[in-house]
Design a binder for this molecule. Structure first.
Ligand code: GCO
Length: 445
């Protein structure tokens, strides 16, 4: 059987290093009848938006199967489980608490606690209540304050059940994919919207951090950002400038305000109508101190200079790719971690997502996904390399616990280390899941 292995003296071989699995509410829960509609329900109901015309009404039916699923998580031997909360399940349209939703999550959190699994809770993983979108969504500054209110009510209800709170998951995706190019919910395609939505998301993060500091000071509080490191196609100055610009636009745009209280300088180059609406005091709110930064990494992007748009993304021929078409390039992972560490004063780092979609085949109840094991081997090694260079990384979460609703791709792209048969809701641990379990169990000190 193919194994996951790590360099001899790596701190990742110690029990102090946290290993976990990750999911998100809309991608696994289903149980749609017991919550308010969210922007992803509306988006899924819009013809042509989801590759297989599916939706999140049932998904992995985790809403009903959560007890079995926690048994499954426990059987993998992980230290931690990263889940997200559905805001439209917790808060009613009038702003009051939906007790059914709170009870659902409290039961999950209590069960995790009884199994000795630390709960890493993400407060927003893209499922904005639809009625807030009807009021402008993330283009409306008011949404940030609505988020803060939801966070306060939630953390007070959960008490000491949670180990760590992340405010947002990947604000880049919410803002850019959702409001600027429209491939994610709510599906707006307007170059003037992206940075405005991003600013309100980051404001929501800062406001929520203040609330967490006040009402949940004992949990580890932070944010989860995704990075797609930008590389120049050639060594020409022009391509390097293009890659740097893209890096500022897609990556630094989200980390720099959070850690340094400022947007990248390219903000001044943007036409006025594309710039965010920054009010006095906003940048201070956004730059609240963090207990941790979550980093999600899957792939890199390659750019060349373009006279109209400053940069153009290039698809390299003949490179290894996952089933979703993303290049497999683990070197970008260690280089990213090292460059962030050089550029910023980082808090504790957790790798909150890393993983691969592969074209899995379930044969006689087994999924022999050696390509995914290979991906994990290469990327765990990249994390170990960054640690050996001094980056302060405390833990690693595989994306994902199980196959689930992969947003605009629907159910065809499988990221799980556990296979899900959507007809029967049967779960089967893949070879990668077994290898992950063995890696975690092999820790001795
Ligand atoms: C993310 C996404 C996950 C995706 C994964 C693969 O945080 O990027 O939250 O929900 O499923 O990234 O695309």
């Amino acid at each position: 059987m193919m194994k996951l292995s790590l360099p001899e003296n790596s701190p990742m071989r110690s029990k102090d290093f946290i290993y976990g699995v990750a999911t998100a509410s809309f991608q696994i829960e289903g149980g749609a009848a017991d919550r308010l509609p969210c922007i992803w329900d509306t988006f899924c109901a819009t013809p042509g938006k989801i590759a297989d015309n599916s939706n999140g009404d049932v998904a992995c039916d985790h809403y009903n199967l959560w007890q079995e699923d926690i048994e499954l998580i426990s059987s993998l031997g992980v230290d931690a489980y990263r889940l997200s909360l559905s805001w439209p399940r917790i808060i009613k349209q009038d702003g009051s608490i939906n007790q059914t939703g709170i009870d659902y999550y409290v039961a999950i959190l209590d069960r995790l606690k009884s199994k000795g699994i630390a709960a890493y809770v993400t407060l927003y993983h893209w499922d904005l209540p639809q009625h807030l979108e009807d009021n402008g969504g993330w283009l409306n500054r008011e949404t940030a304050y609505k988020f803060q209110d939801y966070v306060k009510k939630t953390v007070l209800a959960f008490g000491d059940r949670v180990h760590s709170y992340a405010t947002l998951n990947e604000p880049f995706c919410s803002a850019y994919l959702g409001y600027e190019i429209g491939v994610h919910a709510p599906g707006h395609s307007n170059v003037n919207y992206g940075k405005k939505a991003a600013h309100h998301l980051l404001l929501a993060h800062g406001l929520a951090m203040r609330t967490l500091q006040e009402f949940s000071p004992k949990t580890q509080n932070g944010i989860v950002l995704n990075f797609t490191p930008a590389y120049p196609e050639t060594n020409t100055i022009k391509d390097k400038i293009a890659a740097e610009y893209a890096d500022d636009y897609f990556n630094q745009w989200y980390i720099k305000p959070v850690l340094d209280g400022a947007y990248p300088d390219i903000n001044q180059q943007l036409p006025k109508e594309q710039q965010p609406d920054i009010q006095p005091g906003d940048m201070d709110i956004i730059a609240q101190p963090l207990d941790f930064l979550g980093i999600n990494f899957y792939t890199r992007a390659v750019y060349r200079y373009d006279i109209h748009n400053k940069y153009e993304e290039v698809q390299l021929p003949d490179v290894a790719r996952t089933d979703i078409g993303w290049e497999i390039y683990p070197k970008a992972f260690s280089e990213l971690l090292i460059s962030l560490d050089t550029r910023y004063t980082l808090p504790d780092i957790f790798i909150t997502e890393n993983g691969a979609a592969m074209n899995d085949k379930c044969i006689n109840g087994e999924v022999n996904d050696i390509d995914r094991i290979d991906y994990y081997n290469q990327h765990l090694t990249a994390v170990a390399e960054a640690i050996s260079q001094g980056v302060n990384i405390k833990g690693y979460f595989a994306w994902s616990l199980m196959d689930n609703f992969e947003w605009a791709e629907g159910y065809n792209k499988r990221f799980g280390i556990v296979h899900v048969d959507y007809e029967t809701q049967c779960r089967t641990i893949k070879a990668s899941g077994l290898a992950y379990r063995n890696l975690i169990a092999s820790r001795t000190t």
